[in-house]
Each structure stands twice: as C-alpha cells, then as structure tokens.
Design a binder for this molecule. Structure first.
Ligand code: SAM
Ligand code: SF4
Length: 426
C-alpha cells in the first residue's frame, strides 16, 4: 500500500513517525511524499493544545472530502479515541502501540491503545528523515502531572529504555554514518530514575565514547531534575551539547505552585547560574505559558523578570489552553481573556528578540565550529555545540564540521564565513 504521513507536534512524534514508516517499509509498503499518490493517509497527532487537536479534526474532514482513507496515531488517538470513533477513520493507534501500525494499515487491527512500548528497541527499523542526525527516544511518558498538561494522560507513566539497548542503537547509527544524535524524553533528565544507579549523566558519559559519534543533544529537561552530576558531565566532555532546554513555564511562584511545577523562580535562576558558572559557553532555552488561570499583571511581571535574568538563546511562548481531563481544566476557569494573552505574548516576544540580538551580536567576529545540518544550491546551515544556527554561503555536505568566523546577525539569523575544515569531517 502507498502511505502518506502527516505529523504534528514534538520531536517524539517526529521520531514515532520515523519508526512507523520503517516498520511499514519492512513489511513491503511504500511511503509516498505526494498526497495525491496515496492509498492511505496516517495522521500522527498532537494534543498539547486545543489548536493542535482541532487541526486533526479539520484535516480528517478535508481528507475524507477528497476521498482518502485515513488512520490516526499519536496523542489525540490515545486521549480522544471515543470522539474519534465517530469519525470515518480506518484505525486508532495509541502512543505506546506504534508497533501495531502494520496490522492497522493491513486492516487486521482497528484500535490499539495498549502499552507495547517495550517492543521498540535498537533492532526496530526506522525511516529517518535526516542523513547525519538521528532522534533516539530514551524515556517514554511523564510522571510530573503539571496541572495544565495532557501528556501524562496521552503518553503514560515514565519508562526508561535499558542502557544497553540505547548504546546498541547509537553504535548502529554510527555504523550507518550518523554523527550526531538527540536523546529524547518528555523529561529527558528523569532517565534512569526507575533503574538501579542510572542517570542521564551516566548515559551521556558512556555514549560519548562511541566512535564516529561527534555530538550528543538531549531534550527536554525538567528544571528540578537537572543534577550537579549532569552539569559536571556536560562541562567535562566536548561532544556533549552545551545547550540546556529547561522550560520554566512561569516566573511567578504563585502560578508555578498552581501549575504543580516543583521549583520557585529563585531556584530556577540558581540552576541557570550553576550551569553558566560550570559549563563554558553554555546557552539556555526555555518555554513559557502565558495566561494560566488567575495570572495577574503582577504575576506576568515576574515572568518578564525571569526571562530577563535567564537570557535565553531561544524561547517558545504559548497561550494557556485548557486540556480535557487535566486538573487545571477541571478546577480553574480559563479566566485570562485571549486579548490579554496576546498582549503578554507580544511583550515576551519583543523582550526575547532584544535578548537574542544582544547575545548574538556579542559573538560577532568570533570563530566557532558548526556541524552542517542542511543545504541548498549555494547555502548551508549548521549548528554550534551550544545550539546556535549559522548560515554560510556555500554548499557543504550534511554532517561536516567546519570552523566559521561569525560575520553578522540579521533578522534573527547568524551568518558566518568558512575557515578550515575540521579533521572530524566525514
Ligand atoms: N516536559 C517539558 C516541561 O517540563 O515543561 C515540556 C513538555 S510539554 C509537552 C511541551 C510544551 O507544551 C510545554 O513546555 C508547554 O509550554 C506547552 N504546553 C503544554 N501544555 C500546555 C497547555 N495546556 N497550554 C499551553 N501550552 C502547553
Ligand atoms: Fe507536561 Fe509537566 Fe510532564 Fe512536561 S513535566 S510533559 S509539562 S506534565
């Protein structure tokens, strides 16, 4: 069968799609990139905000009008299966049942919301979208139950993958010519808490010894799970990314408590300072939700002051969206008007714009090392180890590591000029 995938949401969904495509190709099916050539469309869905969920229902409607067969996987499939049963879809496959995709496509399974996540391992095929960089899931689920968040209901409880299995996958990727991986988890720094004497720091320490792999990234970190062991490990090994993506969500201690986040603004900023003081040239990324129920102008001022102090290299800002089944949606009315949320988003975006400008302008003239991640006929872009994207005017193969001199920061983009090619280039 010819199958077209449409994927919404986070990197975990992107990688789940890669695994489902790999399983289908292994069973003799074809993945197509043009919708009109497809016999079936699989929508791998995201439920983190109402907007992302609604996109799924409207896409199903449009596809059905066009005469397509449609199958649903991912977070909406897991959490909204009762609603989806009223739609004319071929199958509903949950987040931990992706190994059932072949049976679903072949019509022998209509619904699977069970947990077979242990079946996904180093031997599971994946049709990866990049040639040199690979996503690697290391922990499934989330145990934190932030009051606004649907993820613990869509992705289940935390389960760390065995260390040996992850190491086998990274070794295999190195043999296949990949030279960087990103370890993924909703809370990647919870890795190993359900095992004996294991942690993300230990996994990174062991993985960075694997020959052929030049860079290791990890996403997303829960602030109070970042340990001194992790910070010291990142500081010690050159192949480990110097970027920490640590969502704060709010700067107000009152709102953080209502969100069931387990830290205060000052504890968060202490963590940022510890990282900055120990990890040379480190950068921090963050996420903020604006307009959580009862958020006042004073609470929002606290968020602005946290963002000023954290000096993020990158910031995702989202308006609060009530999610079915969460504590916040049951007990706290969504009482911050959308207009107010929009004004707060604009203020944060403008502040962040100024911070990024000053952080990037400061390093113009410096020589940095980038790994190429994409190119067109006369341009390439690559990332520094601290997660800054740099554009160069030349076509360079993906995966090469180059020295570039930074020349300009214009409209949010860093530009560089090529120096000498590193000995690590493949
Ligand atoms: N585990 C990470 C953490 O500790 O924050 C974040 C993972 S969460 C799935 C990704 C992002 O989605 C969050 O950082 C948050 O900003 C956003 N998000 C989650 N639930 C949301 C909601 N109900 N409304 C708006 N944004 C939401
Ligand atoms: Fe959602 Fe909170 Fe878990 Fe992050 S830590 S996935 S925001 S419940």
């Amino acid at each position: 069968m010819k199958i077209f995938f449409k994927t919404y949401g986070c990197q975990m969904n992107v990688h789940d799609t890669e695994v489902m495509k790999g399983l289908l190709v292994n069973s003799g099916h074809t993945i197509v990139t043009e919708l009109k050539t497809a016999d079936l469309v699989v929508i791998n869905t995201c439920a983190v905000r109402e907007k992302s969920e609604n996109k799924v229902y409207s896409l199903i409607g449009r596809l059905k009008k066009g005469g397509y067969k449609v199958g649903i996987t991912g977070c909406v499939a897991q959490a909204m299966s009762d609603k989806l049963k009223n739609y004319d879809v071929e199958f509903i496959i949950g987040t931990r049942a992706i190994t059932s995709i072949t049976e679903a496509v072949e019509g022998t399974k209509k619904i699977d919301l069970e947990d077979h996540i242990c079946e996904v391992n180093a031997a599971t095929p994946a049709l990866r979208s990049q040639k040199k960089h690979a996503w690697v899931n290391i922990i499934a689920g989330c145990d934190k139950f932030c009051t606004y968040c649907i993820v613990p209901y869509t992705r289940g409880r935390e389960l760390s993958r065995p260390l040996e299995d992850i190491v086998d996958e990274v070794k295999l990727l190195a043999l296949q010519g990949y030279n960087q991986v990103t370890f993924l988890g909703q809370n990647v720094d919870s890795y190993g808490k359900d095992m004996d004497n294991m942690s993300l720091a230990k996994l990174l320490e062991i993985s960075q010894r694997i020959e052929g792999m030049e860079r290791f990234w990890f996403l997303t970190s829960y602030p109070s799970d970042i340990t001194t062991e992790l910070i010291d490990t990142v500081a010690k090994y050159p192949k480990l990314s110097k970027n920490f993506h640590i969502p704060a969500q709010s700067g107000s201690d009152r709102i953080l408590k209502k969100m069931n986040r387990r830290y205060s603004q000052s504890e968060y900023l202490e963590l940022v300072n510890e990282i900055r003081s120990k990890v040379e040239n480190s950068t921090i990324g963050g996420d903020i939700i604006v307009g959580f129920p009862t958020e006042t102008d004073e609470d929002f001022e606290e968020t602005l002051s946290l963002v000023k102090a954290a000096r993020y290299i990158r910031l995702n800002v989202a308006p609060y969206s009530p999610r079915f089944g969460t504590v916040a949606s049951k007990f706290y009315p969504d009482d911050v008007p959308y207009e107010v949320k929009k004004i707060r988003i604009a203020k944060l975006t403008s502040l962040q714009h100024d911070i990024e400008k000053s952080l990037n302008e400061k390093i113009i003239g410096q020589e940095v090392e980038i790994m190429i991640e994409g190119n067109s006929a006369d341009r390439s872009y690559g990332r520094t180890i601290d997660n800054r994207m740099v554009f160069v005017d030349d076509k360079i193969p993906e995966g090469e590591i180059l020295k570039v001199r930074l020349t300009a920061f214009k409209s949010g983009t860093l530009y560089g000029q090529i120096g000498k090619v590193s000995v690590f280039a493949k």
